[in-house]
Design a protein around this ligand. Sequence first.
Ligand SMILES: *Cc1c(COP(=O)(O)O)cnc(C)c1O
Length: 301
Amino acid sequence: MRDVLLGGQLTPVVYLTTINDKSIYVKQDYLNHAEVSGNKLRKLKYSLLRAQALKQTLLSFGGAYSNHIAALAAAGKYCQLQTVGIIRGEELSDTSRWGKTLRKASNDGMKLHFVSRKIYREKEIYPHVVDIQNIIEQYPNSIVIPEGGSNQLSLLGSAEIVQELAKQIDMQKIFLACGTGGTMAGVIDGASKYAPSCDIVGISVLKNNAELTKSITRLSSACEEVSWTVYHEYSFGGYAKSPPELMAFMDDFECRYAIPLDPIYTAKLFFAVFDRAKTAAPDTPETWVVYHSGGLQGRKV
Ligand SMILES: *Cc1c(COP(=O)(O)O)cnc(C)c1O
């Protein structure tokens, strides 16, 4: 089971196209597992190993469509670990309102608790909100993972993205989509060890997320050693906004390259990469790698 989920198989790096002397490749991490795909598996890897070793429950937070919740539930099933999800929105106690993500998480054995948006929001400010503490206390032997899955253990797993890439390709830039920035922080740590001259470029999918740069700086221990940038202008109006221009780009991309995207993260990421390539200086050939972080579970089919 450990081999299936956490084994050492490298996900492919494939050539996409060249724009303005920038050769663009894709690290297809959406292929790393059928159900726990992409960066969410990278982020969970060491928490899963720890929970297995210590026979712990994994408890975390998310919204009704959260890729992290979906990944945690599926990983729990594969690793035979108890998982618990604290979900935003008390109206979701009514199971007829569940979408695909919650139905699948529940089928995978995740125990779900629903809290109001107000209480959910308060946990950001006061980590010990009573209603949430009461839930957590029901699972005394548990690892509590923050929303989105970014913690110290997730950095180790995300750093391995660069460790793998350094074996596969010689690159000048790695692009990735950012939500909380936890994956990017780990990738920066990984770059300092395995690809110190590589630039790391994050594309924020949230609107005006001033916290992003702070979070990356707080989480990563290599921010001073590695060159990195975050772009905020490719959020297309904000999280989970999918205007027609983005959807048209996504359709065209999928037809052209036969690589599936999701509208929340990876469609914005590839749009941004093409835009950066078009406006980059043409006379400096470079190899760019785009980290395809998965997210395909949330797609409406
Ligand atoms: C969660 C997620 C991200 C963002 O990861 P962070 O570590 O929160 O920045 C990027 N891509 C996909 C597909 C995701 O599911």
